[in-house]
Every structure is written in C-alpha cells, then in structure tokens.
Design a protein around this ligand. Structure first.
Ligand SMILES: [Zn+2]
Ligand SMILES: [Zn+2]
Length: 347
C-alpha cells in the first residue's frame, strides 16, 4: 500500500509498504475519501507540537478490508466513518469527564488518511468508528471529524448557561470551514447567525448557507457597529485581534467561545470592566469527546446538512502534494481527495 508522508515542512513523499495485518481490536480500511484540514496546513507549513512527521492526513472515510480479533461491530466490506483519536478512559482528565483533554489523546492517533489504506487502532475502533449511512457520500462522511469539533463547541456553550442552553443569536468570526460549520449548526438549531467574513466569495457563501447578517471583516466601521450585540460569539479566525474582538462583540450575559487556537505564549486582551460588569463568560473549546462524535454522527446522518459548498474541489489522492501547494498559496479552503481511478463524486 502507499501512504503520503510529511517528512519536513512543505515536503510530502509517497512511501510504499506491505499492508499491515490488523491486530486485536483493529481495523484495516481502504480510504475512499479524505479531506484537507486547516490543522494539516499548519503542520505542512511548520510542523506540529503534538504530531511527529510521518503519515499525513486525518479526516477520512472508507471501506473495511480486514478486521482484527475481537471486533464484532464491523465486517469486511462495511463502509465506515471515524475520527482519528480516542481517549484512554484511565487518566485523571478522563476520570473527570474531560475526555477531550485526555493525557494520551495523541498516542496511537490514526494518521495517514492521504493514502490507499489505513490501520485504525483498537481504542478508536472501540469508541469512535461508525457505519456510514448510505445516503451520505464518502466525502460528506469524512466531515465527521471537523463537525465533531464544532458540536463540542456548542456543547461547551450549552453547558455554560443552564437557563438558556441555546442562545437567541450567535456571531461567528471567520468563514473558513470551521466558521461555516458553526453557521450550518446554528441554522439547523434555529439560532440567528451573523458572520464576519473576509472577501466577497466567503460572504456570499455565508449568506447562501443561511446567515441572517454578513459583515466584511475588513470593513472596520461595520464590524465596530456590532460591538455589544451578540448573545453568543464563536471566534474562528485565529488571531489575537479576533480573540479581543470576540469579547467586544458580546452583550451583557453573553457567552464567548474562543474556538481557534493561538500559538503558545500568545496573549489576548479584554476590557476587564466589560467582562466583570457584563458577566460575560469567556470559554475555551478543544477537540471532542466520544459523546460529541456520536452527536455529530447522528446530525450528519440525519441528512439535510449541506457541506458540499465547503469543498473547494475534488482531486485525485495522487495529487496530494500539489493540493497542499495550492492551499499554501491560499487557493481554496478545503479539498476532497479520492482514490486514483475513481470518479470524483458525492455518492
Ligand atoms: Zn481536522
Ligand atoms: Zn485519558
């Protein structure tokens, strides 16, 4: 089998090896669709503090081709969807219910979605693999991972206000894939959404996905006019300025989800009086728990979630290096990769 490896910044090489035999609890999968992700692009550009160089790509779906001893929920030929990590269930964080912060989250992570085949570790198979509903295409099914992160963010939001788990309205900063997935979730939940997006193409996309109000990120006056207006804010643009903006947009009693990660050591500033007297909740959100993944799976599987417009293009897996060169030049946001010789399609 072949797998694309990231061997150094901006260097992707194909490696060939014998397909592994799945051990106890493991599954061997043939990849049918993979998606590029903002995290992959960050890793491509400068490496990742928690991920070593090697097999690359983590958002995918595919078909089971071999099963390890003790796996009874799946059989060869099953179409499945999964996420790349699973908690250990034993560390102090897991014991307190913070499985998304598990101390061993990145041990045995299923990386290598850009390739022919992938071995899924037993802890992932046990907790975070699902059968793909027939009405979902493999490409749509590969959205399970980013959508699980989004569902987790909304669950953090819901838990922070027992009286009003769902806000009346939400303002989303950033219209990348994650910002727009938050928008899709909000629209489905009946929450009025305002989106701050950069550029006509992303603004139009946000409107077409159901945003009530769309504001150009570079229009300082229009952004300023939103100050103090939001019952909930999702910050999905990933800069210190947008973290600060997120708090400024909040009205008294609002919840602010700081969803995007900043480099360690980054400091964001907030108006202390506004936070204190306005009783504004500043909340971090990271990754997902198995319960979030299940919820994301059920929401996706129910259908009617149009993630197609979030895909900038469908390309051949063999072109993965060129696809990352394009992402690096900011051409496109998220590409789908399908095996060579297969017609790129949605079903
Ligand atoms: Zn991802
Ligand atoms: Zn753990």
């Amino acid at each position: 089998m072949r797998q694309a490896h990231l061997t150094a910044p901006r260097t992707i090489e194909w490696r060939e090896s014998n397909a592994p035999k799945p051990g106890p609890g493991e599954l061997l999968v043939r990849i049918r669709a993979a998606l590029t992700c903002g995290t992959d692009l960050k890793t491509y550009r400068r490496g990742h503090p928690k991920l070593a160089y090697g097999p690359f790509g983590h958002e995918a779906s595919g078909d089971v081709i071999a099963i390890g001893k003790g796996v009874d929920r799946f059989a060869a030929g099953d179409a499945i969807m999964w996420v790349q990590t699973a908690p250990c269930g034993e560390c102090a964080k897991c014991a307190r219910g913070f499985e998304n912060l598990c101390e061993h989250l990145f041990d045995g992570i299923a990386l290598g979605a850009y390739g022919d085949e992938l071995l899924l570790p037993s802890k992932v198979v046990r907790q975070n693999v699902y059968k793909k509903p027939e009405k979902l295409s493999y490409i749509e099914a590969a959205f399970l991972e980013p959508f699980s992160c989004v569902v987790h963010g909304w669950n953090v939001l819901r838990r922070a206000d027992a009286r009003h788990p769902l806000p009346r309205d939400v303002t989303i900063i950033g219209a990348g894939t994650i910002g727009l997935l938050h928008l899709i979730y909000a629209v489905r939940a009946g929450v009025d959404a305002t989106v701050i997006a950069r550029g006509a193409e992303r603004r139009e996309l946000a409107s077409s996905l159901g945003a009530k109000v769309v504001v150009e990120a570079d229009d300082a006056k229009a952004v300023e006019a939103l100050a103090g207006s939001a019952s909930a804010v999702f910050e999905c643009a990933g800069t210190q300025q947008t973290w600060t903006l997120a708090a400024a947009l909040a009205r008294p009693g609002a919840r602010v989800i700081l969803f995007s990660g900043l480099p360690s050591g980054a400091v964001a500033q907030f108006d202390a009086a506004k936070i204190h007297y306005g009783e504004i909740a500043l909340l971090g959100a990271f990754h997902f728990t198995p319960a979030d993944v299940r919820e994301a799976y059920e929401l996706l599987g129910r259908g009617g979630m149009d993630v197609k417009p979030l895909v900038s293009g469908v390309e051949k897996m063999d072109d993965i290096a060129r696809v990352f060169e394009r992402l690096d030049r900011r051409e496109g946001h998220k590409f789908a990769l399908v095996p060579d010789g297969e017609e790129p399609r949605w079903t």
